[in-house]
Write a protein that binds this ligand. Structure first.
Ligand SMILES: Nc1nc2c(ncn2[C@@H]2O[C@H](COP(=O)(O)OP(=O)(O)OP(=O)(O)O)[C@@H](O)[C@H]2O)c(=O)[nH]1
Ligand SMILES: [Mg+2]
Ligand SMILES: [Zn+2]
Length: 293
């Protein structure tokens, strides 16, 4: 029996890489299907080699975490990519990604791409947006996949980690990976329609060796629903609320209408950004509604 990890899943086959870098095309054993277990990209597995480069997966080692859409296990960190323009930046979408990553225990890193398209007078506004996220404690990078500005600084963050790139279609996730390693030659798409939306050029999930680490290019995210979340845990997915909630007068404070709420006080003092607080309220209502069904 050998150990390895799944780098690709395609048409019922799992591609398992061992510690020598050899790849075996494997089937999962029948028991998995009976038990409704599906091996995922990122899984550490025990497998047995049969013919030359073929084998069977016998066991899946315990997972640190798993994402359903895209299906990846054992993710350490997520580069959440937004474009400064084309498609237009949406702070509510960024906050949604941040909450989802926090919920799954995945460390988020914020990347603003396409800075080559920024005009001079927009730069101050972006400094403010950046300042807001860095004050919460998030690392932020400004980069351009086109000019390669800023990309070397985040290359070093890949070492010994399993990373994913997440973000709306068309923000340049794949283009960034190509910029970091041109030999990857991954396919990128033109922004195909006048709404500025992309069209999901990236389709299947695959681990790529990059900068002494592994990274998964994802095809946008097919689902950004708050599946499996409860509104009571939402404040733990906002770091600036997580650190204040114990000072609220009431245990289980929802930070909406309760008196002596430390979160609402921080919002009123300007210590918590208004838009972050508003997104919290909107997500809270959304989760509450979805839980009724
Ligand atoms: N000007 C400029 N264009 C960029 C930059 N990065 C990406 N693009 C362009 O944006 C478009 C979309 O890039 P992709 O890398 O395919 O976007 P994606 O995020 O991978 O999109 P999906 O795979 O559909 O989720 C392409 O036309 C890229 O050439 C950049 O830094 N500057
Ligand atoms: Mg892509
Ligand atoms: Zn409160």
């Amino acid at each position: 029996m050998e150990e390895g990890f799944i780098v690709k899943a395609l048409s019922g086959y799992y591609y398992v890489e061992n510690n020598k870098g050899d790849i075996y095309q494997c089937r999962g054993r029948g028991l998995f299907r009976k038990q409704n277990i599906s091996p995922l990209v990122g899984d550490y597995v025990q497998f047995e080699q049969h013919d030359h480069n073929e084998g069977y997966i016998y066991d899946i080692l315990p997972r640190k975490n798993l994402l359903v859409r895209p299906p990846v296990a054992n993710v350490d960190q997520a580069f959440i990519i937004s474009a400064v323009t084309q498609p237009a930046f949406s702070s509510v979408l960024l906050d949604r990604f941040l909450v989802l990553m926090e919920f799954h225990g995945i460390n988020p890193i914020i990347v603003f791409n396409k800075v080559d398209l920024l005009v001079e007078h927009e730069k101050d506004e972006w400094k403010e947006i950046q300042q807001c996220y860095t004050s919460i404690g998030y690392d932020t990078f400004f980069v351009s996949a086109k000019t390669k500005e800023g990309i070397s600084s985040f290359m070093t963050r890949l070492k010994n980690k399993l990373s994913i790139v997440a973000g709306q279609s068309g923000v340049g996730k794949t283009a960034l990976l190509n910029a970091l390693d041109p030999s990857l030659e991954l396919k990128t798409g033109e922004i195909s329609n006048h709404l500025g939306r992309g069209r999901h050029t990236t389709r299947h999930v695959e681990l790529i060796h990059l900068g002494d680490g592994l990274i998964v290019d994802t095809p946008g995210f097919s689902s950004l629903e708050f599946d499996g979340m409860e509104e009571q845990m939402l404040d733990t997915c906002f770091p600036e609320m997580r650190t204040r909630k114990d000072e609220c007068k009431f245990r289980g404070c929802s930070h909406r209408k309760e008196p002596k709420c430390a979160v609402k006080m921080a919002y009123e003092n300007g210590e918590i950004s208004p838009f972050r607080y508003e997104h919290y309220i909107a997500f809270y209502e959304e989760i509450k509604k979805q839980r009724r069904y």
